[in-house]
Ligand binder design. Structure first.
Ligand SMILES: NC(=O)c1ccc[n+]([C@@H]2O[C@H](COP(=O)([O-])OP(=O)(O)OC[C@H]3O[C@@H](n4cnc5c(N)ncnc54)[C@H](OP(=O)(O)O)[C@@H]3O)[C@@H](O)[C@H]2O)c1
Length: 287
């Protein structure tokens, strides 16, 4: 029997096919030993809280000790065993050493590389700050990519595992006011789609998450509209489902999938003309 939901479902199916979102047949086993970077706030903390429970070991990374302790305490209250580590992902070599130490103590079945930074050119500036562009490249792209391979190597020796990389829907567009941020996340997206193919035969599943606006400290710095804003908890729920179903990539909420499709179908001169008119600004970071 046809229902009114059918056209919606079909539209979503067509969109999914057009954007290349196919999934492997095997769904992932229940995560028990989980590393989450960026767990001291926002989406990472929401993920930690959702995963926390008896029988779970969570290793939470962040930079701010107080916020990290708060997240750990809330997860322990839910019955999880929790370890924390303060680490700055701008130092990729230190992060790799930390990963290997933590994975030896807690052989991870699931790794969620959520930590990230955003930044935009301030209205008053002519160009983005070179030092910030470098930091964005390290924190959003280089270190998570290196950690992915470190995790994949350990996981394949144990028969497999799941990795999620948190990118951004912004990676699907040319953002003249945030070339450093958009470029770092676009690099991560290409890394994820390439590595997924390479790692699948080793039993390692890789999922790229590309959120639109999520209500966290990051989006609250934006001066201007944040359309289709969702909560960090809603984002965490989408990420957990994507990992469970071993999806290659998830863009949410759905209007950002439509925007990606429009971007792909729009000729470059028109796209450039539109993007030239869009301006954005952001308050300075608190830390
Ligand atoms: N919020 C959005 O609208 C949105 C949209 C698209 C994509 N995303 C992506 O989602 C992810 C999570 O962001 P969020 O919204 O949850 O932001 P958030 O609330 O600002 O949290 C960012 C997290 O990343 C950590 N972090 C930042 N720089 C770090 C560094 N150099 N070394 C180690 N950890 C670092 C922070 O740690 P400390 O607080 O301890 O420093 C914090 O735990 C990011 O990758 C972001 O790009 C967010």
């Amino acid at each position: 029997m046809r229902t009114r939901r059918q056209p919606l479902r079909r539209a979503r199916h067509i969109l999914t096919r057009l954007t290349g979102s196919t999934r492997n047949r095997d769904s992932a086993p229940v995560p028990r030993k989980i590393l989450i970077t960026g767990a001291s706030g926002g989406i990472g903390k929401a993920l930690a809280l959702r995963y926390a429970g008896p029988g779970k070991t969570l290793v939470l990374w962040g930079r701010n000790a107080t916020r990290l302790e708060d997240a750990a305490a809330a997860c322990r209250q839910r019955g999880a065993r929790v370890h924390i580590r303060e680490t700055d992902l701008a130092n990729g070599h230190a992060a790799l050493r930390a990963y290997r130490e933590d994975d030896t103590a807690t052989p991870f079945d699931t790794v969620i590389l959520c930590a990230g930074l955003s930044d935009m050119k301030r209205m008053a500036d002519k160009t983005e700050r070179p030092e910030t562009v470098l930091e964005l490249g390290l924190v959003n792209y280089a270190t998570p990519a290196a950690l992915t391979m470190a995790a994949a190597d350990r996981m394949q020796q144990r028969g497999g595992g799941s990795i999620a990389l948190i990118g951004s829907a912004g990676a699907n567009h040319d953002l003249p006011f945030a070339a450093g941020y958009g470029g770092s996340k676009a690099g991560l997206a290409r890394f994820a789609s390439s590595a997924r193919i390479a790692l699948a035969p080793l039993g390692v599943r890789l999922t790229l998450i590309a959120p639109g606006f999520v209500d966290t400290a990051m989006s609250r710095r934006i001066v201007g509209p944040t359309p289709f804003l969702i909560t960090a908890d809603a984002a965490a729920s989408r990420i957990i489902t994507a990992l469970k179903r071993d999806l290659p990539e998830v863009v949410f909420p759905w209007p950002f999938l439509v925007l990606r499709l429009i971007d792909r179908l729009t000729p470059r001169p028109l796209r450039e003309a539109v993007m030239r008119r869009i301006s954005a600004d952001q308050r300075p970071r608190e830390h």
